[in-house]
Design a protein. Structure first.
Length: 105
């Protein structure tokens, strides 16, 4: 699993039948800053993910990739490589709160 931020959405009017009706979002993975372990930083990569939880733009989410992305009930038998499986409420490392959905730290 990876921590990521939803940065946008994607519309594809022509796609395989298995994908019809599924929302596609752009996500950017985040990690703990190696120089300052008290904040999160973007990795600079972007992925298209199938949304299985109703996430929206600017929300911090949990994503899975590879075969794990096809193991949810919503994505089984779909040609996907990245899926959003959770919306993050808070991220704590040690005593520091690196992210709070309430405060958008």
């Amino acid at each position: 699993m990876f921590l990521a931020k939803v940065t946008g959405s994607l519309v594809a009017t022509q796609k395989t039948q298995a994908m019809v009706g599924h929302k596609l979002l752009l996500v950017e993975p985040y990690r703990v800053d190696p120089a300052d372990g008290r904040r999160l930083v973007a990795t600079g990569r972007t992925f298209v993910a199938v949304d299985t939880v109703g996430a929206g733009t600017d929300e911090m989410v949990l994503i899975v990739q590879g075969s794990s992305a096809r193991l949810t009930p919503e994505t089984r038998n779909m040609p996907v490589d990245t899926a959003i499986i959770g919306i993050v409420d808070t991220v704590h490392v040690g005593q520091a709160c690196l992210y709070s959905r309430e405060g958008q730290a």
